[in-house]
Design a protein around this ligand. Structure first.
Ligand SMILES: *Cc1c(COP(=O)(O)O)cnc(C)c1O
Length: 358
């Protein structure tokens, strides 16, 4: 096995800084000790500041998919509307159905954004009491207009808005309270730039009330069970303690950089890649909805994405991603999220130019 590190321009896992890996290696503490409760209590206000909320931010020891499952298990009473325009939003519909929860998918072509009018029209029927939306579709590099959609959902007081912000959180500002979200979740291996294995999940008081009122569908992912421990600065089961140390260090680093500066850095990285992609290829999603954290580039030149990636990995120590699922070969993806810099991104683009003779 070769064990040479390639810098990751992949949409999760993303590149993790050595300082964060070092924090992961902090000696273990007992999860029922004052030291643990102190760590947990220290994390909570930082997470609230990070997500612009005064409500509860839970930490789940699972990848994002677990948190997606938790959201629908805890928050759907009547029926869930799953908006689908990519692989992960499709997965959320499949999860909802697999949990035996009444649901319906509204699917649009994957290069098209979910528009507020579609949301309003579907909710007006009064059939649904929860909506799932993937903010940033990592499979297609498309960002749905979350603020406008949230505004529409808020006109329906009984409808909870559940948001997968997996590849957005940490790269894009998400004002949980101001937007009136009910669940906002993300695994930490994307724009938060930690190794995979933990999910951050903000939950509104309204969502907690719903979770208390419905018949429990889960134990491990039960919000009421988690909240009971949360109030004691604990988790119901043993959490991934290395992740908590690393997340604490990463939140400090983000505040040191400045959240607004962090988001501006993501914008700058995104526009560098978008400009390059428009010049040499094309961009998969419709204009106006390009992601700020990952670009899905249409392979208009018919290059071999596998060969390009092989050369990048073997000769330059960098890795990008092929297209997701059916989009493999027809598109490729460059992630520009987490702790990467504009210089990193420019370096990657210059290297691809040299390889392809652009
Ligand atoms: C990566 C990703 C997921 C799945 O994440 P896991 O952590 O692998 O479970 C879900 N939604 C989106 C938008 C993603 O980018």
């Amino acid at each position: 096995m070769r064990n040479v590190h390639s810098k990751l321009f992949t949409p999760g896992p993303t590149e993790v800084r050595p300082e964060i890996l070092q924090a992961m290696a902090t000696p273990q503490i007992y999860h029922r000790s004052p030291e643990f409760r102190e760590l947990y209590a220290e994390l909570q206000p930082k997470l609230q500041k990070f997500l612009y909320t005064e409500q509860t931010v839970l930490l789940l020891t699972s990848s994002s998919t677990g948190a997606m499952e938790a959201a629908v298990q805890n928050c759907v009473g009547k029926k869930c509307l799953n908006f689908v325009n990519g692989a992960f939003s499709k997965r959320w519909h499949e999860i909802t159905a697999a949990c035996g929860i009444p649901c319906e998918a509204l699917e649009v072509p994957w290069n098209v954004a979910i528009k507020p009018e579609m949301v309003e029209e579907k909710l007006a029927g009064g059939e649904f009491d929860a909506v799932t939306l993937v903010y940033n579709e990592t499979s297609t590099g498309l960002m749905n207009p979350l603020p406008q959609i949230a505004e529409v959902v808020r006109k329906f007081p009984d409808v909870l808005l559940l948001v997968d912000a997996v590849s957005a959180m940490g790269g894009v500002k998400i004002e949980f309270d101001a937007l009136g979200l009910d669940v906002c979740l993300a695994g930490v291996q994307k724009a938060l730039a930690l190794p995979a294995g933990l999910a951050v999940c903000a939950v509104s008081d309204r969502a907690l009330k719903r979770a208390e009122a419905i018949k429990p569908r889960t134990y491990y992912f039960s919000f009421p069970v988690m909240v009971k421990s949360h109030k004691k600065n604990e988790t119901p089961a043993t959490p991934s303690i290395p992740h908590l140390f690393a997340l604490n260090a990463q939140l400090d680093a983000m505040f040191a950089e400045g959240l607004d500066r962090r988001f501006a850095r993501h914008e700058a990285m995104a526009s560098a890649v978008q400009r390059w992609a428009k010049q040499h290829f094309d961009i998969y999603p419709e204009e106006g909805y390009w992601s700020q954290t990952v670009s899905c580039i249409t392979n208009t030149r018919g290059i071999s994405v596998d060969d390009l990636n092989k050369t990048l990995v073997q000769e330059h120590g960098m890795r990008i991603s092929n297209g997701y699922g059916d989009l493999k070969g027809r598109t490729f993806r460059i992630a520009h999220m987490g702790d990467l810099t504009v210089a990193d991104v420019r370096g990657l683009l210059a290297t691809i130019d040299a390889i392809l003779g652009l």
